[in-house]
Design a protein around this ligand. Sequence first.
Ligand code: GRF
Length: 211
Amino acid sequence: MPPKSLVSPATSSPQPGPPARLGILASGSGSNFAAIQQAILAQQLNAEIRCVLYNIADAHVAKRARAHNIPAIFIDHKAYKTRLAFDTALLQQLLQHDIEWLLLAGWMRRLTTTFIDAYPNKILNIHPSLLPSFPGLHAVEQALAAGVTISGCTVHIVTAELDSGPILAQAAVPVLRDDTTQTLHARIQHQEHHLYPHALNLALSRRYFPY
Ligand code: GRF
């Protein structure tokens, strides 16, 4: 049985004080949302998810959030003429829910600098590659096409340039000879679910901030 990961994310403990008020932006299945919520319930994270905003009508993340009584709010990007108008609608919801930290968890839209500047250094993203390798769409396919033997996942701070902000934490995953996009992505996601809560703890407790 091959190793699932070459580098297991370190564990980290929750910061003291009031729970961090989190908002999640997601477009898909929401397994990372579920991992973060699980870490909160297990008291590994001192935080509460106050809302999930999603932009794809049938995104499974909405069901997952509602199962935990967390408001899941659909904001359809197609209903807005500009990116800024869409981002303004997102910001209004985040303001209403008094969100402090924002986690992109499978969020498939570029954000405007106006949006990013509203949460300076407080937006995190998870990406399924070892950045700076393979930024952008189809990261797992990119890794397979490049023939790398190690890939993984990265949690970083969101800045204006796509997938390029300061890196908080990474986990490495071996690429196997007969890997498909699906098998490799599944192994990477397994690591993502440990890495995101861990990286969030680092960010919340400011024990490691790369700037
Ligand atoms: C993850 O692989 C993440 O790295 C990428 O999108 C995927 C989201 O998965 N940004 P899920 O919706 O959290 O299950």
